[in-house]
Design a protein. Structure first.
Length: 191
């Protein structure tokens, strides 16, 4: 454990880079800090060159991203991370090999989402998810939610035939609009 009893959090990022920055911003905003030293130490591997999860999972011809994800996890562990987070839904399809390769905990945001839904005072019976084609194919949310007795309605945003449904559109839109909403808010505050 690091100074001030905060863990050093390693982030396996770059899938997409905006998701990585968004997670970092959320951690910063959620930390009750009065001084810079009060913040959580984040180690980030923002690698947008991870092989395509869509090509591997959906199209069936791409290189597996597992070896690169495992290497990123091991590098973050060696750098001093106490735990790892992955701000990419699809990369969670490779959670088992990542966890097997390191001795530190790897957070599972999909399982954490399912757990949180069951903790709500008005627990839903059915949960709607808009996800990429790779998340759909891997049934990541479906399995986690059904294990909690929740029905799952998943769509890729009604864009059949598109390589990645909403994700590709939002990534292009982000580039056109000058960054993620987090980056845009930051620019407004600092500019």
């Amino acid at each position: 454990m690091s100074a001030n009893d905060h863990p050093v959090v390693g982030i396996i990022g770059g899938m997409g880079p905006d998701a990585t920055v968004d997670l970092m911003q959320r951690v910063i905003c959620a930390t009750p800090a009065k001084d810079d030293a009060d913040h959580i130490h984040l180690l980030v591997d923002n690698n947008p060159k991870v092989p395509s999860r869509i090509a591997a999972l959906v199209e069936g011809h791409g290189e597996s991203p597992a070896p690169v994800l495992v290497q990123m996890a091991q590098n973050l562990e060696r750098a001093g991370a106490d735990l790892l987070a992955i701000p990419c839904n699809t990369a969670h399809a490779y959670l088992d090999p990542i966890r097997s390769a390191v001795a530190i905990p790897v957070l599972d945001m999909i399982q954490m989402t399912a757990d949180r839904l069951t903790e709500l005072s008005s627990q839903p019976e059915t949960v709607g998810i808009i996800a990429s084609s790779a998340v759909l194919k891997a049934q990541l949310y479906g399995k986690a939610l059904e294990a909690h007795g929740l029905r799952c309605c998943i769509t890729n945003g009604g864009r059949p035939g598109r390589r990645d449904g909403l994700d590709q559109k939002s990534k292009k839109q982000t580039s056109v609009n000058g960054g993620s909403p987090t980056i845009q808010r930051h620019r407004k505050l600092s500019g």
